[in-house]
Design a protein around this ligand. Structure first.
Ligand SMILES: NC(=O)C[C@H](N)C(=O)O
Length: 344
């Protein structure tokens, strides 16, 4: 009897999917002095093994192992961090003993890393990013459930082929669309076009699919990218001057994302400087900083065809920076870049 039950539990273990948790820091690995410290704490303190040990229920949905890739607050996530993480994910998804990847990440730039991986990883295996809005030491900390949901989602075969996902607050959002909308509530991550699905008690419920190119259908491949060009973001407002745009170009920016008002509109006094920069070879990409999601169209507000400027369509400025950075590794042609902005 004993032998039989041992064999049964062994085969049950072997049958579980293998999920690797790549830890990068953030509030999900944060710690505060008191349980009441939900907003004042130090990010990136708790190592991955301790995070995993804190959620024993993970073992019921997957064979989980952790790797500490970085231990940083995500506001300091550089292009080099993106490259290092992307190459590690790419190597892992090629392994036959890896079924899914979870990446624990600070929430400040989680949307940027999720979009980057969505563009450059050639795999249909689930890749799920997760963070938390409160540190694990706080009352009603959200990290445990978010992590459980992320591992359950990454372990599920129904999460395959949907691009890089973000599991936060019971929602499964596309890494392309999702954005941090508020910095103090657990329901912080929203997509302007709605979530792809929900995860409830470890089960995924899907409602829609991403329409844009991603992962296996992307023309970009992290294995072929060895460095990322500099792309800057300049914030537009009514009294804006050309100082930031010119300074970014002087620092070597290959493209400048104009975080514009409304329809990516540009204040009249800075138009000449932006035209001049384009003449010097710097791409000008009009995006919008409106809160619920911009929708910038070519030749609306500004004659993009005449100026050879680009539009980021619905990508917010930080996501537009990611796509421009990746796209510029493949082409410097403005028509090609605009095609890429429509397709991804
Ligand atoms: N909630 C968080 O994770 C915020 C933190 N500043 C980070 O992005 O690392």
């Amino acid at each position: 009897m004993l032998v039989v039950s041992c064999i049964t539990s062994l085969s049950a273990f072997a049958a579980q999917p293998n999920v690797v948790i790549l830890a990068t820091g953030g509030t999900i690995a944060g710690a505060g002095a008191e349980a009441t410290n939900s907003a004042t704490y130090q990010a990136a303190k708790v190592p991955v093994d301790k995070l995993i040990a804190g959620v024993p229920e993970l073992a019921k949905v997957a064979n989980v192992r952790g790797e500490q890739v970085f231990q940083i607050a995500s506001e300091s996530f550089t292009n080099e961090h993106l490259l290092t993480l992307g190459k590690r994910v790419s190597a892992l998804v090629k392994q036959s003993d890896v079924d899914g990847i979870v990446i624990t990440h600070g929430t400040d730039t989680l949307e940027e890393t999720a979009y980057f991986l969505n563009l450059v990883i050639k795999s249909d295996k689930p890749i799920v990013l997760v963070g938390s809005m409160r540190p694990g030491t706080a009352m009603s900390a959200d990290g445990m459930l978010n992590l459980y949901n992320a591992v359950a989602a990454a372990a599920a075969t129904d999460a395959r082929g949907k691009g890089v996902l973000v599991a936060m607050n019971d929602e499964l959002n596309s890494g392309r669309d999702v954005s941090k909308m508020i910095n103090i509530q657990t329901g912080a991550f929203k997509s302007p076009w709605g979530p792809l699905g929900m995860i409830v008690e470890g089960k995924n419920y899907w409602f829609r699919l991403p329409a844009k190119r991603h992962t296996v259908n992307s023309e970009f491949d992290i294995d072929k990218i060895s460095s990322l060009p500099l792309v800057g973001v300049a914030y537009g407002h009514g009294n804006v001057a050309d100082t930031a745009y010119k300074a970014l170009a002087a620092k070597g920016a290959k493209a400048i994302i104009h975080a514009g008002t409304g329809n990516g509109s540009v204040a009249a006094p800075v138009v000449p400087a932006l035209r001049e920069l384009r003449g010097q070879g710097v791409h000008i990409i009009r995006s919008s900083h409106v809160n619920a999601g911009g929708f910038v169209l070519r030749n609306a507000e500004q004659p993009d065809d005449k100026y050879d400027w680009l539009v980021a369509h619905d990508l917010n400025p930080q996501k537009a920076r990611i796509l421009a950075t990746v796209a510029l590794t493949a082409t410097n042609d403005s028509k090609e870049l605009q095609r890429i902005f429509w397709e991804y």
